[in-house]
Design a protein around this ligand. Sequence first.
Ligand code: ADP
Ligand code: MG
Length: 296
Amino acid sequence: ATPMSIMTATGRGAQAGVLVKTAESLERLAEVDMIVVDKTGTLTEGRPVVSDILPNAGVTENHVLELAAALEKGSEHPLAEAILDAAGERQLDIPVANSFEAVTGKGVTAKIGTSRVFLGNAVFARETGVDLDGLDERAEELSELGRTVMFLVQDFGGQAFLQGLIAVSDPVKPNAKVAIAALHHDGVKIVMATGDAPQTAAAVAAVLGIDEVHAGVLPEGKQKLVEDLKAGGHTVAMAGDGVNDAPALAAADVGLAMGTGADVAVESAGLTLLKGDLEGILRARTLARETVRNIR
Ligand code: ADP
Ligand code: MG
């Protein structure tokens, strides 16, 4: 590629709402036939709002929310913001948490008083030894509405109790459906890879017309999915916004970071969609084709 055409591409990319870090990424985008997309913050707005708090028998909503908020004070996940906002609205007294730990793709845990508290997905909650039976059906209903469900478990020295669940809703981006339909029309297959639960993922995928869904996937799982698709002969782009997407963004033929996302996602990607606008992928593809044509 000549320097001139790359400079032009960079400038025109910016106009199209795409930050071009590497010219190769832009060129490869023209050949991409498969895009792996993260759900939260990529397909959805990424600004979840608490929609439901379901305490277990004998527990109050506020108790569930207070403990959850105490944990999330230590987290930078978008889910944390939703929970802290909800606790703030209710003007709750948030207890102090110590020895905070975030488990990527699963949840958060910390010590509160003499107990250890866990908040996260079903897999994470089950690891504490509780069974989710009491809230399982409700959780499934909420997930089928596309909401993300988090279970709160409190362990008092070897005995764990399921205290309740918190669900958040996170609407899909207004142009996500149009962008996906246009990519389909352009011969691109769309695969969702998310750490969220299977029902939640399926509900969002159905709304958007996504071809294939991989749920409950950890960061290395997203990376492996990208590598497997590449090994299968596809030219693969990965679109994501989170710390958990960084390995997959780096592994893809073309990494597409959301400009609204984590710094490490942007650093791992060759292209950044400013404002997280998925239609930027289409504009960048058009641009890529024009650039490649100019070079050859
Ligand atoms: P995604 O791939 O959709 O961006 P993540 O991999 O970040 O999602 O998280 C997967 C799941 O782990 C979430 O749906 C949630 O249930 C749980 N989880 C992750 N981080 C947190 C957190 N800070 N608080 C509560 N739950 C969390
Ligand atoms: Mg995300």
